[in-house]
Design a protein around this ligand. Structure first.
Ligand code: ATP
Ligand code: MG
Length: 301
């Protein structure tokens, strides 16, 4: 399978482009972000009045529900949240979102982990009581991870050292222990964080969900390990978050186990072009799981 091609500004049909230009003025230059997992336009767009970051998709696209969720969430996020503001949206056959353009750089956890924690705490404080209580629960995402994890242990047990320990964790897993009243970003990958010179901003709220306040912090632990933290150091970092102490240890075990198993399943079942990138993150995810389950550090599978 090929890497997904991204739509670019040139694909935007006329009615949607005219609506955009009526709001922001004539477009002068555009530059697209490199292809990712999503097909939609994700471009820096400079107009005669300002520069914005545009995300857009045809309404008939299978990815429409995610972008529409990003619109709904963007409209509900408080102004002081460390996230680019959604300034405008339109639906003219295409859904078009225009955010403040952030001038910044990629986050490097070896130097920015404190800034990431500061922003995580701000997000939790401001979204402790979700402004969108009817948004989907995080158990949907956790359930999808769980399904992939079950597929991995069922179909490829020989590739997983200590597979019985993992199975036991999956069997005891209780999805309701992830539930909560906070609005979570739910996809705090490094590609969704930008350091703007003074703080870390969370972009791409397309997968936002309601759940327990400690989850975004927990989801970042493997990224810290991949950046060179040991698992105990990464957990010490997480423990600075005021909600971390509320995370039930058994639930953290489940979170730590389902992601490497999910990734393992994706490597086998997914496209080749992603397998290499996934293998690179797998070791860090495994390291956290094996630390939590007090297993020897290496997982040869
Ligand atoms: N408001 C913004 N200002 C500047 N850059 C941004 C902004 N929002 C996102 N970006 C950059 O553009 C990239 C793609 O944006 P985003 O993650 O929202 O799109 P996506 O279509 O969901 O892509 P992917 O599938 O790669 O996650 C981000 O990784 C980030 O580097
Ligand atoms: Mg993204």
């Amino acid at each position: 399978m090929e890497i997904m091609k991204r739509l670019t500004w040139a694909h935007l049909p006329d009615p949607a482009r005219s609506a955009f230009e009526a709001e922001f003025g004539q477009v002068l230059t555009t530059s697209t972000t490199p292809p990712g997992l999503t097909v939609g336009i994700a471009s820096r767009v400079e107009t005669e009045r300002r520069t914005v970051f545009v995300k857009a998709l045809p309404a008939v696209s299978p990815a429409f529900p995610d972008l529409d969720r990003e619109r709904i969430v963007g409209e509900a996020l408080p102004e002081s949240l460390p996230a680019p503001r959604l300034r405008w949206s339109s639906t003219n056959g295409w859904l078009v979102l225009a955010f403040d353009y952030v001038r910044g750089r990629r986050v490097d956890l070896t130097r920015d982990s404190a800034a990431v924690m500061t922003s995580l705490m701000a997000v939790s404080r401001l979204l402790r009581s979700s402004p969108l209580p009817s948004l989907r629960p995080i158990s949907e995402k956790i359930g999808a991870l769980m399904e992939g994890a079950h597929a991995a242990v069922d179909s490829r047990p020989e590739q997983i050292a200590d597979v019985d320990v993992y199975k036991a964790v999956l069997e005891k897993a209780d999805l309701t222990s992830f539930e909560g009243d906070s609005l979570l970003h739910a996809d705090p990958a490094l590609s969704n964080l930008i350091f703007d010179g003074s703080q870390v901003l969370f972009v791409d709220w397309a997968l936002a969900s309601n759940g327990a306040a400690w989850i975004d912090t927990g989801l970042l632990i493997p990224a810290l390990i991949e950046s060179g933290f040991t698992p105990p150091e990464a957990e010490k970092w997480a423990a600075q978050h005021p909600a971390w102490s509320l995370a039930p240890p058994d639930t953290l075990d489940v979170l730590s186990v389902i992601r490497p198993l999910f990734i393992l399943n994706k490597i086998q079942a997914g496209p080749d072009w992603l397998a290499e990138r996934r293998r690179a993150t797998l070791a860090a995810h495994e390291a956290w799981a094996r630390h939590r389950l007090k297993l020897p550090a290496v997982w040869p599978g």
